[in-house]
Design a protein around this ligand. Sequence first.
Ligand code: ADP
Ligand code: MG
Ligand code: MG
Length: 252
Amino acid sequence: MLKIKNLHATVGGKEILKGLDLELEPGKVHAIMGPNGAGKSTLGNVLAGREGFEVTEGSVTFQGRDLLALAPEERAAEGVFLAFQYPVEIPGVNNTYFLRAALNAQRKYRGEEELDSMQFLKRVREKLSVLHIKDELLNRGVNEGFSGGEKKRNEIFQLAVLEPKLAILDETDSGLDIDALRLVADGVNTMRDPERSFLVITHYQRLLDYIEPDAVHVLADGRIVESGGPELAKELEQHGYAWIKDRVTPEA
Ligand code: ADP
Ligand code: MG
Ligand code: MG
């Protein structure tokens, strides 16, 4: 599904990812944990192709294609979804309208029929129902004045409507109450599918109380320094990140 090899990336001229290797399997939920400043958000941003994140070495293959050669919107159309840690507000642009435009742009790129308003509405209703969320956010401006919890709900809703193959969720956890965490977790659990992978980025173990990851990877100083099962997250919760420092070897 996703194969990252020896990935080096810089932000503002500073090297943040320093030879990161990671493989994601389809249908699995992979958690990325790690201390603050390790490069977790940078990894998400590099995968989404965000401006200002420069890859200087290494490769990323997504479903056999060179992901790094694709423009951000092409990556999205190929099925890569990145929920931003700080979602952008687009005041005055109707949330549902925005989402339909995004979905149809992706479908067009893939050579699929665009959805007309009736078909789109049907999908929206379907997703609202499986996610057990209310439709009060639909006709507001994109993230305009949304609370933290509402942004999360919208993020999960977008994910459900777009049906990506790889969903990258970057969660700080900070500022999110238990209800919001549950909402994200329920969304991920509902959207689990044999053909969809999740990359759940999180600083704290708390979120993983609600999402049972298939694999846990620890990112420290720009590299994956440890991989394991769900028990690794529990270990980190108990012992913190201090012991990870021993695993971070300076570059030769
Ligand atoms: P994490 O998500 O693991 O906390 P980040 O990927 O956000 O870490 O940040 C890794 C490092 O990159 C930090 O030292 C941070 O200050 C730096 N960094 C992130 N974004 C930028 C930016 N836009 N310009 C300069 N430095 C940045
Ligand atoms: Mg950070
Ligand atoms: Mg971060």
